[in-house]
Ligand binder design. Structure first.
Ligand SMILES: [Zn+2]
Length: 200
């Protein structure tokens, strides 16, 4: 009898803890469109990373707002924003996650694919989820995996769960054509949104 009461209490505590955890689940997502203004980011044949980043960020914003999230954008226009400023915006929030959106470049034009960076254990979980969703849905890409990105100020200066998504290579001609397509950026936004929803 004593034993089963203890077991019951244990179960009740576990459930209570689970409820508490879900009750404190984040409702805010800070979306960071990488680069902007005088900082183009990667650039090849007139395709500028800053523009692709902002477009993808706005698509993600729309999806997340429809799902009931409070969305904060570090920038909504083509303006320059220092990295510290981006982290500062993120750190205004506690129950929140931070997603920085980028596209990649490499001097070797055959390099292609998607990769996601993180800086903490919790960030690693979110990064793994997003990376998996992106590379499962987007066909003929290359899964470059998740990586520790402690060198990124937007990851190591933010106190909330943070990831940085590199959605493809502007320097790869075939991939650049795809990144230029709205359908591709919509897919990137949708998969990131799904990853955030699952993490919640
Ligand atoms: Zn970038």
């Amino acid at each position: 009898m004593m034993f089963s009461t203890r077991r019951f209490l244990c179960l009740a505590l576990t459930l209570w803890a689970a409820l508490l955890t879900s009750a404190s689940a984040f409702r805010t997502v800070v979306i960071d469109a990488g680069h902007g203004g005088k900082d183009d980011g990667a650039k090849r044949y007139g395709v500028k990373e800053k523009d692709l980043n902002l477009d993808t960020a706005k698509r993600l914003e729309k999806i997340l707002q429809r799902k009931g999230f409070h969305v904060v954008m570090t920038r909504r226009t083509d303006k320059f924003l220092p990295l510290q400023q981006r982290a500062k915006i993120a750190n205004r929030y506690q129950d929140a996650v931070f997603v920085s959106i980028h596209y990649n470049a490499h001097k070797n034009t055959s390099v292609k694919g998607i990769e996601t960076f993180y800086a903490t254990l919790e960030g690693r979980k979110l990064a793994a989820g997003i990376q998996d969703l992106l590379t499962t849905r987007i066909k003929q890409t290359r899964d470059r995996g998740i990586k520790i990105g402690k060198q990124y100020a937007v990851l190591n200066k933010t106190r909330i769960v943070s990831v940085l998504v590199e959605g493809g290579f502007i320097s790869n001609p075939w991939e650049r054509r795809r990144l230029n397509g709205a359908w591709y950026r919509q897919m990137v936004a949708e998969q990131i949104a799904k990853g955030i929803l699952i993490h919640r």
